[in-house]
Design a protein around this ligand. Structure first.
Ligand SMILES: N[C@@H](CCC(=O)N[C@@H](CS)C(=O)NCC(=O)O)C(=O)O
Length: 311
């Protein structure tokens, strides 16, 4: 196995989801710290422009988006399973709901004025202004818009109430007695709320959720060692992308391998990544690109939530 390298920063909820996936599977990995705001030149040398957090690197293969990372880690180590056999669709669809809907609520609750003040306490005003401007840019041009705080606060009891009831009645985890990707995707937005003392009381009335969060925290992060970004880029340059198994798949867009394409997220952080199509299947889009610093890399995206266009 080639080493797993996670590009992330500590406060990112989706990075926490990725760290927990690695912990759940009991994997060892290298930890590369990336900036929380643009520019991110060392990260984009690998991704070709994709800027969101986190990114998983395995040699010269770069995996964007935690939804695809989960599938790649499942291939790395099948058990314990993130997508339990026979419940693949319910696990993936619940995770998708949480990553989109619950996450937007967690962010809106965090970034209401008292939450923002607490999160950025003691930081220079320029840093706070820079962060706010970066996140405005992140959401420009995509299909998603930020959820209004008052809507998030109003809808929160419905989301929490449903979770609380199910966890009281149906075992330790969302799909029963074993954790799955559905748990990790529901956990990270709540972790984001819990980690901000000015807004953490949004979880106060939900004892079953709190107990479940403790069980997820206990999965841990696996074992990691720090790595410098330059070392990760050197590893990519010296590695050869993994050979792709060619399964027959009819491209919905009529694309053929070797064709010049761009891939971009549909919702936010829509910077397009240009390359040549290597392969596509029902879950994954893979493009090849040549980078001055990282050499030939294959960049992998989930099909769902991304668009691929011929250049
Ligand atoms: N669907 C993506 C969402 C990733 C995401 O929204 N990450 C946030 C951080 S939690 C982000 O990229 N924020 C902007 C940044 O870090 O530059 C995934 O599952 O990886």
């Amino acid at each position: 196995m080639t080493d797993l390298i996670l590009h992330h920063y500590p406060q990112s909820p989706f990075a926490e989801k990725a760290r927990l996936m690695l912990g759940f599977k009991g994997l060892s990995w290298h930890s590369v710290m990336i900036p929380a705001v643009m520019p991110k030149p060392d990260l984009t040398a690998l991704t070709g422009g994709y800027r969101r957090t986190p990114v998983l690197q395995i040699g010269a293969d770069i995996y964007c988006d935690t939804a695809l990372m989960a599938r790649r880690l499942e291939r790395e180590k099948a058990t314990p399973a993130l997508f339990p056999e026979g419940r693949e669709a319910v696990a993936a669809s619940l995770a998708q709901f949480a990553d989109q809907v619950l996450f937007q609520h967690g962010v809106a609750i965090n970034f209401q004025p008292k939450g923002l003040a607490s999160r950025f306490a003691g930081m220079p005003e320029a840093v706070v202004k820079g962060f706010i401007a970066d996140r405005q840019a992140l959401f420009s041009g995509g299909a998603a818009s930020r959820l209004d705080t008052s809507v998030a606060l109003s809808q929160w009891p419905a989301l929490m109430g449903r979770l609380e009831t199910q966890l009281q009645r149906n075992g330790e985890f969302l799909l029963g007695d074993q954790p799955s990707i559905a748990d990790l995707a529901h956990y990270h937005p709540l972790w984001f709320v819990a980690s901000n003392k000015a807004v953490a009381d949004a979880l106060d009335n939900y004892p079953a959720i709190k107990a479940w969060m403790g069980r997820i925290t206990d999965l841990g992060h696996g074992s990691s060692t720090a790595m410098e970004p330059a070392e990760a880029i050197r590893i990519a340059r010296e590695a050869t992308p993994e050979a792709m198994v060619k399964a027959s798949f009819k491209s919905p867009g009529g694309l053929t391998s070797g064709q010049a394409v761009t891939v971009s997220a549909v919702d936010y952080g829509t910077e397009a990544v240009a390359g040549t199509l290597v392969s596509e299947d029902s879950e994954e889009l893979v493009i090849a690109r040549e980078d001055e610093r990282a050499g030939l890399v294959h960049v992998h995206f989930p099909r769902f939530g991304f668009k691929i266009e011929a250049v």
